[in-house]
Ligand binder design. Structure first.
Ligand SMILES: NC(=O)c1ccc[n+]([C@@H]2O[C@H](COP(=O)([O-])OP(=O)(O)OC[C@H]3O[C@@H](n4cnc5c(N)ncnc54)[C@H](OP(=O)(O)O)[C@@H]3O)[C@@H](O)[C@H]2O)c1
Length: 340
């Protein structure tokens, strides 16, 4: 069946998946029998467009890159009407993350699932705050709610746990879930203090003007909550996950770790002990012999502790236009294979 794709949020990731789908159209058809049209695109900045036979995505990418409003196939429909009334079979929800309320993404995901459309998202809001509700709704409608891109971008985490690691019982997932803070800790180890490193991270675009979400550990906490819900099947809320950021790590702490053969990492962890699942985010001194200690810069990494394989560590990008666009692609391919 030819998928009809709607994209809400045509920023970094939205444009990334648009470019990937365009450039791989023939490959996807030949290798995976995956055929599609992008029929709807909605974005605050550029406007909403709809064409049931497929939009002119190359032209729209040019307009978006030039920061111009869309001019072709423009529709007066708002986002929810676009989702419900369009002939889309799958929504890619790529608007901004709000880990407190879920933001407009919650309404977008609900509207799509209620109208029997699959949802793929890299937005942590709906995944961290409403996973159980949306999974139940998706199941009742016979559609999928896939969220690979919410944790470590396209580095396979959720699909790894559900796919290649299926059959193993996973008792712990522990690792580096935030590239910004890992970059900062890497630089602090070289001798820079926290404030100087934060400024460099902001200049490089790793940290936002308001860095709170990263440095206080809130972004990692959202991801730990997602892992607890999806991989461990435990209905943890964000507030159930204890959280401490990196703001209090001093040059003296850095020196101490170095002397003792350790390295500071901001570690997110979800663990099942005697059937009880707990989650935490906190800076830890990791021994240099552990695979997580060697993960430097903005890279992410997670160690799965399993009953049959022991520890399995996966290392890869945690952000980026193509890297997160790839996460959306993997879920679209899965839907084409498994969905209706
Ligand atoms: N970039 C990454 O590497 C990465 C990695 C993992 C996960 N994510 C997640 O993926 C999602 C997309 O990220 P991104 O980097 O592409 O963000 P982005 O570059 O800021 O793009 C988001 C786009 O959505 C638009 N938007 C905001 N609210 C909207 C609404 N209610 N309706 C329609 N459009 C709306 C924004 O318009 P305005 O700019 O006008 O507000 C913007 O163009 C986010 O939830 C993010 O947390 C991103």
């Amino acid at each position: 069946m030819k998928q009809k794709i709607a994209i809400l949020g045509f920023g970094t990731v939205g444009q990334g998946i648009g470019e990937i789908l365009l450039s791989k159209k023939n490959f996807l058809k030949e290798k995976y029998n995956f055929e599609f049209d992008i029929v709807a695109v909605g974005d605050f900045a550029y406007g909403n467009c709809y064409n049931p036979d497929g939009l002119d995505i190359p032209f729209m990418l040019e307009e978006a890159k030039a920061k111009k409003k869309f001019t072709k196939d423009v529709t007066p429909w708002d986002n929810v009407t676009l989702i419900k009334e369009s002939n889309a079979t799958v929504l890619c929800e790529l608007t901004y993350t709000d880990l407190t309320t879920g933001g407009p993404a919650i309404d977008h995901v609900r509207a799509a699932l209620e109208s029997g459309k699959h949802v793929v998202t890299s937005n942590k809001g709906p995944a961290a705050l409403k996973y159980a509700e949306f999974k139940k709704l998706a199941d009742s409608k016979g559609v999928k709610f896939f969220i690979e891109g919410t944790v470590c971008a396209g580095t396979p985490i959720i699909n790894l746990a559900e796919g290649p690691l299926a059959g193993c019982e996973i008792s712990k997932i522990r690792g580096i879930l935030n590239g910004t803070t890992n970059y900062m800790l890497t630089e602090m180890e070289k001798g820079m203090d926290y404030n100087a490193v934060l400024k460099v991270a902001q200049d490089l675009g790793y940290a936002e003007a308001d860095p709170t979400g990263d440095v206080e550990g809130y972004d990692a906490r959202g991801k730990v909550t997602i892992l607890a819900n999806i991989v461990m099947g435990a209905p943890l809320k964000i507030t159930d996950v204890t959280c401490k950021g990196i703001t209090k790590i001093s040059p003296a702490d850095m020196e101490h770790a170095k002397k003792e053969g350790y390295r500071w990492k901001l570690i997110g962890c979800v663990e099942k002990i005697d059937g009880v699942v707990t989650g935490s985010v906190a800076p830890e001194m990791v021994p240099l012999s552990h695979p997580l200690a060697g993960v430097m810069g903005a890279t992410n990494a997670l160690t799965f502790t399993t009953d049959l394989l022991g520890d399995v560590t996966i290392v890869g990008p945690g952000a980026g236009r193509m890297q997160t666009g790839f996460a959306i692609l993997t879920d679209l391919i899965r839907i084409n294979k498994e969905g209706k």
